[in-house]
Design a binder for this molecule. Structure first.
Ligand code: MG
Length: 158
């Protein structure tokens, strides 16, 4: 078995879509990034790459590369899962925490879980997504950005 951890943070701004776990969430602000800035999926990808000992998403999908401008992060996750399979591993489970003061994410968590499960080829119960605030403390608490933490466990494919 292999364990991996991922963390990511993106800034919120006007004029961008808010996409988390592949769900477009209605909100007045969205996350800034070269891709669609799906911070939740980025943390998950970094956790998967970490478990593989394969570096990080910056190495695999550089933000200087025009082909990743506005990229759908779920498509990038698909590419990371190909690396997992190439190493004869499968995702046993993922546990993801999104730190977000606003908007409320609870109504969207189930859809995010099924989006990620579909891409990872697992059942939604294997992808746990939690949302928390920081009770208005710090940059996430002030609504300046959203962060995400992820841990994954990979096991050898049987
Ligand atoms: Mg990112």
């Amino acid at each position: 078995m292999r364990i991996g951890h991922g963390f990511d943070a993106h800034r919120l701004t006007k004029g961008r879509k808010l996409i988390l776990g592949g769900v477009e969430i209605p909100y007045e602000l969205g996350l800034v990034g070269h891709s669609d800035a799906d911070v939740l999926v980025h943390a998950l990808m970094d956790a998967l790459l970490g478990a593989l000992g394969a570096g990080d998403i910056g190495r695999h999908f550089p933000d200087t590369d025009e082909q990743y401008r506005g990229a759908d992060s779920l498509k990038l996750l698909e590419r990371v899962m190909e690396l997992v399979r190439a190493k004869k591993m499968h995702l046993e489970n993922a546990d993801i925490t999104v730190v977000c003061q606003q908007p409320k994410l609870a109504p969207h968590l189930a859809t995010m879980q099924s989006n990620l499960a579909a891409v990872c080829g697992v059942s939604p119960e294997q992808i746990n997504i939690k949302a928390t605030t920081t009770e208005k403390m710090g940059y996430t608490g002030r609504g300046e950005g959203i962060t995400a933490h992820a841990v994954v466990l990979l096991a050898e494919a049987v």
